[in-house]
Design a protein around this ligand. Structure first.
Ligand SMILES: O=P(O)(O)OC[C@H]1O[C@H](OP(=O)(O)OP(=O)(O)O)[C@H](O)[C@@H]1O
Ligand code: HPA
Ligand SMILES: [Mg+2]
Length: 177
């Protein structure tokens, strides 16, 4: 099997433009609130960094690492926590920051787990959404771009841990040799 970078799904400029607009909307909504951003590693690290840079409102950040894809383009269906949060969520206004909502299984797991910890509010901000692949419907308050049913790489998203460093989002092309 050989792999290559296929068509660009979201250009680097468009990513930055949209992320700035998302940050402005979030800042308006959370004015005067105790906002805690939760970055979902590894995929969300670039998006979170760019989003936070433009967020003109007091906030804190924490991280969780979860994985369910491994070296496949399909979810294993089993979401594992690799790193948990450092601090409790009780009474905090929590915003989960994700790179992509695909099947929705990761987010379902995170929402269930974090809701149980008593946050004052719990919302989701996802850079990408792939609605055609959704198996569980969940409310995503802030969404960057809707993408087609293609495995996306770049800007934090990986295939077998590679391609996270691309400044744009592209489709992965796998070919049988
Ligand atoms: O909606 P889903 O089908 O659950 O897919 C979305 C999740 O899958 C990816 O994580 P992955 O398990 O690849 O871990 P990674 O972020 O470390 O790459 C991605 O970063 C999301 O967290
Ligand atoms: O399209 C995708 N690309 C990379 N990682 C992912 N995790 C869920 N969907 C994807
Ligand atoms: Mg991955």
């Amino acid at each position: 099997m050989s792999e290559e970078i296929g068509e660009i799904l979201v250009q680097a400029d468009d990513l930055q433009h949209r992320i700035r607009a998302m940050a402005e909307e979030i800042a308006r909504d959370y004015e005067g609130k105790d906002l805690l951003l939760i970055g979902v590693l590894k995929g969300a690290f670039l998006f979170l960094a760019d989003l936070m840079r433009h967020l003109d409102v007091g906030c804190e950040v924490d991280f969780m690492a979860v994985a369910s894809y491994g070296s496949s383009t399909e979810s294993s269906g089993v979401v594992r926590i690799l790193k948990d949060l450092d601090a409790p969520l009780e009474g905090r206004h929590v915003l989960i920051v994700e790179d992509i909502v695909d099947s929705g299984l990761t987010l379902q797991y995170l929402m269930r787990t974090l809701k149980g910890r008593g946050p004052a509010s719990l919302e989701v901000c996802a850079l990408l959404t792939k609605p055609s692949r959704r198996t569980v419907e969940l409310p995503v308050r802030y969404t960057g771009f809707e993408i087609p049913d293609k495995f996306a790489i770049g800007y934090g998203l990986d295939y077998a841990e590679r391609y996270r460093n691309l400044p744009y989002v592209a489709a992965l092309v796998l070919t049988d040799d």
